[in-house]
Design a binder for this molecule. Sequence first.
Ligand SMILES: Cc1cc2nc3c(=O)[nH]c(=O)nc-3n(C[C@H](O)[C@H](O)[C@H](O)COP(=O)(O)O)c2cc1C
Length: 329
Amino acid sequence: MKKPVHDLLDKNMRLPIICAPMFLVSSPNLVINACKNGIVGSFPAFNTRTQTALDEWLTTITEALKNEKQKDPTAKVAPFAVNLVVHASNKRLQADFEVVKKHKVPFVITSQGNPQSIVDAVHKWGGIVFHDVITVAHARKAIDAGADGLILVAAGAGGHAGEVNPFALVREVREFWQGPLVLAGAINDGYGVRAAEVLGANYSYMGTRFIATTEAEVDPDYKTMLVDADLNDLVFTDTFTGVKCHFLKPSITRAGVDLSLIEGKAHVDLDLGGSNAWKDMWSAGHGVSGIHSVVPVAHLIEQLASEYNNASQLQAFSSASSHTPQVGR
Ligand SMILES: Cc1cc2nc3c(=O)[nH]c(=O)nc-3n(C[C@H](O)[C@H](O)[C@H](O)COP(=O)(O)O)c2cc1C
């Protein structure tokens, strides 16, 4: 029997935030530190090369969170999630799913394709499934497939972003879906998390901001680039992956690819000279301008909590000055 989402998530969360799954970024260390500090941590199954490695990651994460809870039974230790691509093109799905099933992973995030068979199976061990969508049509399909929650990936998100404005996307989906809703796309601080709730989302999905943390196991230059970047440093292109995605321009140049062949152009077929998207060309969402330092996850969550509490106290009709939150650098 599946648990009510509230029992699994809210009761064990300090803030309504999911540290989003990120290819080549999310690691057990990042996941454990997110969960230990009261937000959901997640990773794509693709970040492990084999099912043996997936099994090891799941054992490491489960043990660490169990120990954390034993140390302090009153602590809010959030559950973790595994992201599975459920599209027919994912030849690993069945084998990865067997490992996920063995560990009775509490929270599965599905993307692309139809999650129905996964939903039914995950419910059998009491887990929940949220499906990640970029359009209203996909949201309706995910509901028909029995997803417990929807993740709306709006315009401006890191990774494969949607192209719909978050205000429009949340409000339209809320016309027909009263269940759990997560909003993604350039949510970078506690003010954004609170704003997403006011708009009608229950949780915020944050990716890019968590790349600039001590625990993210990426090239240190990627983190520095995020600290230095603003909106002007992003290009939205399907040239590297076939799907529209924001990439950091300096990472493209660093990888030896001529940016002028891509910028402002529709899809171009390029010889990338051995460079790869994600590994050499790095993605980030529109929230980059708000990243000013690389900090440990615990510190970031502390900062998010303080901003979220400030935002929650802002009065709708208070003086103009309180409408301009001073976000510390
Ligand atoms: C480097 C990077 C890799 C990503 N990889 C994945 C992935 O493997 N699976 C997935 O569902 N989403 C992936 N995403 C998207 C995130 O899960 C999330 O939707 C997005 O980061 C939210 O937007 P934000 O980065 O503006 O916070 C990735 C995002 C980034 C930045």
